[in-house]
Ligand binder design. Sequence first.
Ligand code: ADP
Ligand code: MG
Length: 323
Amino acid sequence: LHLANQIAAGEVVERPASVLKELVENSIDAGASQIDIIIEGAGSQLIKVTDNGVGIHPEDLALALSRHATSKLHSSEQLSVIGSLGFRGEALPSIASVTRLSLISKQAEHDCAWQVRSDQLQPEPAAHPNGTSVSVAELFFNLPARRRFLRSNKTELHHLITTFYRLALSRFDIGFSARFDEQTSIKLSALKSADTYSQRLAKICGQAFVRDANYLEQSFEDIHLSGWVSKPSAHRAQTDVQYFFINGRVIKDRVINHAIRQAYGDLLPSGRQAAYVLYLTMPLDRVDVNVHPTKHEVRFRDARLIHGLINKAIQEAIQETLE
Ligand code: ADP
Ligand code: MG
């Protein structure tokens, strides 16, 4: 079983940023309104995520570290209507098998918090406010070959920060704080109304993007697209502002990329990329996210419809900036 976890870890835990993603997604699934992140040693020393979500029952703490013990799916039919970010019950056991993991959690109805560790599954009393902290130390301590595969601290920090930005852009209503070594500290307060979103957008995508972008909003049946796209003439190269979310999850998809690129057509000066932050929401049974363990890939039931919707919405938004 230990080996099975390590093999799964090969798919789920590629680098420190993948650990951060899984931990923060769990906090989001737990209904947290505040998520605090501490990174040390570019994530290979420490990745700590603290939330104020519903917490884990003491009896379920050890279970959370065992394979396929997701609390989020109760039948195979639910696989086709996945509303939570996690559902495979693979992340924590995988991470625990290649790191020194500690899980502390307190539920509001209990007086005390409880802690388990990857090498100590018997819960012990601990101190913690309502919610959960997961500390992941010494990434790949038992897999020297994988550890050697990690890139420079600079590169890993870049991946960590990019991952953080994606998560922070996926939920404006959640407050975040994050410290990435001594390099970067970011505080993003929870935003309740849409007209304040540009505040967070500016911190993550830059003031220039906020100034040069057009807001768009379009619906077809129960499919909704909204977000910001840059003017084709925007002066700065903003290659890194390319975020596409489907039902709150960051997605990289060929159909979507093609629809966006085609919408910009030849309007984009050569060598320049479109910049966008877009959100597609649609009924869960129209899109399959259970394609790959990292869930970055999707399969649409009606890809042409989605392509058309995105293409048209962006073309119209770009037209407005030209008029
Ligand atoms: P999944 O997210 O796919 O269900 P994980 O391995 O990521 O699986 O987590 C296992 C289980 O641990 C989750 O189903 C959930 O019940 C519990 N869990 C993990 N992190 C948290 C958290 N921050 N708050 C509350 N419960 C959590
Ligand atoms: Mg999870």
